[in-house]
Design a protein around this ligand. Structure first.
Ligand code: GTP
Ligand code: MG
Length: 298
């Protein structure tokens, strides 16, 4: 008679350079949009937990900000989030892009060697390259550090994910189901709402504007009788010029952001949403520890 399969659980960090597709992968795995994504680097600023519930395992994925040379306090905070995530997890997924040469920067390999955890190299965006370019790339990466596995995927299209998912549970320790089976994250709804507003700003602005924005939900009021939620959020920017851009001519930009964000939030919450946005200038907040803390980057 077959022995009953042991239940396994543990943490898996998803790390890599900015923009390689970490958050896209997390959303794919969990099957719901938890983390915002964008074509711009440095989209994710916090650690984001995504829970995958299987019959025989519960895998706790941690999406992290992209690792980069950080100069401002906000950027240092972001990189710290990623670094510390590597220290107390059971498995690390190092995500790289198939359409780029091997990253020669030793920052990530050094971090991985420190962690002493099994590392899976996940080569993402294979939908963008010809198949024959893959093998030389894998060989080149294998020269950097040893990997438990190398798995080519397309987080966008879903290719290779079954293999990736199949390999992870065996690398986790025996353990309990830490979260109820229907829970997909530990993030408060307010946080995800603020992120969805920031995502719309990332999609519509350029240059330094996306990097100078912090969104804070100040009111989140459920009205069950009318089956709706009222939300007030403040978009904090660093400079008057950024406020001008976000408000737009006659308020067109802020209206567009609000409309698009509201639709996303309604999908998330499953109820009608009344969303009001305010733009406020908080001079140079990305350099102020006090203001960063206030905006949730502590
Ligand atoms: N073609 C292609 N594009 C992808 C794939 N995965 C992600 N992308 C795109 O890559 C861009 C960055 O994706 P994100 O998931 O935001 O990347 P990230 O690594 O979380 O970025 P940061 O949070 O800034 O570190 C987005 O435009 C995604 O649509 C993929 O498999 N194929
Ligand atoms: Mg991200």
């Amino acid at each position: 008679m077959a022995e009953k399969q042991k239940f396994r659980s543990g943490f898996v960090a998803i790390i890599g350079r900015p923009n390689v597709g970490k958050s896209t992968l997390l959303n794919r795995i969990v099957g719901q949009k938890i983390a915002i994504t964008s074509p711009k680097p440095q989209t994710t600023r916090n650690r984001i937990l995504g829970i995958q519930n299987l019959d025989h395992a519960q895998v706790l994925f941690i999406d992290t900000p992209g690792i980069h040379e950080a100069h401002s306090p906000l950027n240092r905070y972001m990189v710290d989030q990623a670094r510390s995530a590597c220290l107390d997890v059971d498995v690390i997924l190092w995500l790289v892009e198939a359409d780029r040469p091997v990253d020669q920067d030793p920052m990530i390999p050094r971090l991985l060697e420190k962690g002493k955890r099994p590392v899976l190299l996940v080569i993402n965006k294979i939908d963008t390259i010809a198949k024959e370019r893959l093998l030389p790339l894998i060989d080149a990466y294998r020269k950097i550090i040893p990997f438990a596995s190398v798995i080519p995927v397309s987080a966008l299209k879903g290719d290779g994910l079954e293999r990736l998912m199949g390999e992870i549970p065996a690398l986790l320790p025996e353990g309990p189901r830490y979260y109820p089976e229907d829970q997909l994250t530990d993030l408060p709804e307010r946080f995800i709402v603020a992120e969805m507003i920031r995502e719309q700003i990332l999609m519509r602005t350029k240059d330094e504007v996306p990097y100078g924005v912090a969104v804070l939900v100040e009111r989140f009021e459920e009205n069950p009788a009318r089956n709706m939620v009222g939300i007030n959020a403040v978009i904090n920017v660093e400079r008057d010029s950024q406020k001008g851009i976000l408000v737009g001519k006659g308020g067109t930009m802020i209206r567009q952001i609000g409309q698009a964000a509201r639709q996303e939030i309604e999908r998330l919450l499953g109820v009608k949403v009344h969303l009001e946005l305010f733009v406020r200038v908080q001079k140079n907040w990305t350099s102020s520890g006090r203001m960063m803390k206030e905006f949730g980057y502590e």
